[in-house]
Ligand binder design. Structure first.
Ligand SMILES: N[C@@H](CCC(=O)N[C@@H](CS)C(=O)NCC(=O)O)C(=O)O
Length: 194
């Protein structure tokens, strides 16, 4: 049995969305970051946390790859060029969008007050918008990589939604991509769990 711990308005949405896409049986537990429940399963106290019959998997990308590989869906096959391109896209999204978005969160509320540098928020806001065009330039096809949606589309659409929630202007191609992805019934089902 799979059990996912997290919150809809967090990176847990990525794994939750994929679980809905794959239509596998799972339990959803609403758990906050740095909560006693999170620390009980993860020494870092971060979410999402995926419990499997064999053990716990931390990190949204690792969880998505585990699930997609296991089901043989929402991913190109391991060892193919398409998979290499897909992974390159996922890691580029983490580097160019997730990292500056997280820097904004850290310097907005995540760090102790005396460690926050307000200028980092402004620079990161600019960087997300700037990088959104670099990421859009890498897309080839209606989806992040080709003709079928993969985990790269979920992490990309999630980061676009995160940026839009912070009122950051992102490249129009990413906005269109996120709109297409969020129209999917699986996204709607995942969002409704919040
Ligand atoms: N790379 C990790 C990041 C996990 C992460 O930092 N999650 C945030 C919520 S979105 C959190 O739990 N933050 C609490 C903290 O940093 O102490 C992933 O994708 O799962």
């Amino acid at each position: 049995m799979l059990r996912l711990h997290g919150m809809v308005r967090s990176r847990a949405m990525r794994t939750l969305w994929l679980l809905e896409e794959l239509e596998v049986e799972f339990e959803w537990r609403e758990v906050g970051p740095r909560s006693p429940e999170a620390y009980a399963l993860n020494p870092k106290g971060t979410i999402p946390i995926l419990e499997t019959d064999e053990g716990v998997i931390l990190d949204s990308l690792a969880q998505m790859h585990f699930l997609a590989d296991r089901e043989g869906r929402f991913t190109h096959p391991a060892g193919s060029l398409a998979r290499g391109t897909q992974d390159a896209m996922s890691f580029t999204v983490l580097e160019m969008l997730d990292a500056p978005l997280w820097a904004m969160a850290l310097h907005g509320f995540g760090l102790p007050e005396d460690k926050r540098v307000p200028e980092v928020k402004d620079a990161s806001r600019w960087l997300v918008g700037h990088n959104s065009t670099r990421v859009a330039d890498l897309m080839d096809g209606p989806y992040a990589v080709g003709e079928v949606p993969t985990v790269a589309d979920i992490v990309l659409a999630h980061c676009t939604g995160w940026a839009r929630g912070l009122k950051i202007e992102v490249d129009e191609r990413l906005r269109d991509h996120a709109r297409m992805m969020r129209d999917r019934p699986a996204f709607q089902r995942a969002a409704a769990r919040g």
